[in-house]
Design a protein around this ligand. Sequence first.
Ligand SMILES: [Zn+2]
Length: 292
Amino acid sequence: MNVEKYKNQETHFSILVIGKPSSEAFIGLRSIYSIQNVRVCALADEAGRIWCKEISDQYHWTICLHQIPTSYDWVLEEFKETTDYREFGDKKFFRLMFLKWVLVSQCLNEKQQTNFIVFSDLDVLWNKNPTGLVNEFAIDSSLLALQDDSNNSREYFCPGIMIWKVNYSSNKILEEIMEFHLKELQRDPYLPDDKALNKWIKTSNNRKYVFNLPANQFVIGHKFLNLLFDKDPYTINDICAFHANYTIGHHYKYLKMKLIERSGLANFGRILLQCLGLTLLAIEKTRKYLSL
Ligand SMILES: [Zn+2]
C-alpha cells in the first residue's frame, strides 16, 4: 500500500457527546483538531449539541452534528431526568455507549472521500494522524482496535479507539454488532459496549474481522508503564494516540510491582531516569495542550 497516496486524505473522526463533557474532553477534541485536514462528526444529545456549538464557534472548528434517530430514544430515556449520568462506573452510563455503533454506522454511510472512520472517546489524546499508519495494517480487517488486557493471551478489545474501514463488510459487521448488542441488552439493560463487542468477537468466526492495533503506537493508560521497559528507547513522540483510561487501585499497584519485579533492581536507575524523562515529556505535552 502506498502511504503517500493517503497523505492528503481527509481523516474522518467520530465522537459521542452526551451531556456536557468535562474539561478533559475538550483537550481530547483539541488534540483531534491538531491533526491537519480532519472531519469530525458528533452524535450528541441536547446538552452535547450546545457544547459542540459553543466550542466550534469559539475555536472555528467545524463539527458535523448528527441526530440520535428517534428509534433509539429509549437509550437516553432514563437519563433525561438526572444530571449526573456521565459518571463512568454508573451502569446507566454504559447504556449510552450503544450509540457508538449508531454513530459509526451513520458515518460509514456518509459519502466521504475517506478510507477510515476513526471513532474516538474524548479521553484520548491524539498525537498523529492515524490514516497512513493504519492503512498498512488494514488489509483484511474491517475494525482496528486496541487490545486492553495486560495479558495478550486473554484478548479483550477496547472500544475507546476504533478505526473502521469504509467498505460494505464494515457496514454488515456493524449491523451484526448492533443486533447482537440489542439482544444482549434484553438480558442486561446496561451491558456496556466493550462487553458487547468482545462477546461478539468471541462468537463464531468474528475474530478475523478485528486487527489488534500496535500497543506502542496506540497506547492504553495502564500499559504506559510497560512501554518504559521495552528494549528500544521510547519517547512520547512514538505515540499516535494515548487513551487515558488509567487503572487506579489494586490492579495498578499489582502491575507496578510486577514491572519492577520483572526488570530487577539492577535496572532501577534506568527506570527512574526513564520515568523522570517521560514525566517531563508528559508535562511538556500537557502544557502545550493547555496552552500554558
Ligand atoms: Zn457527519
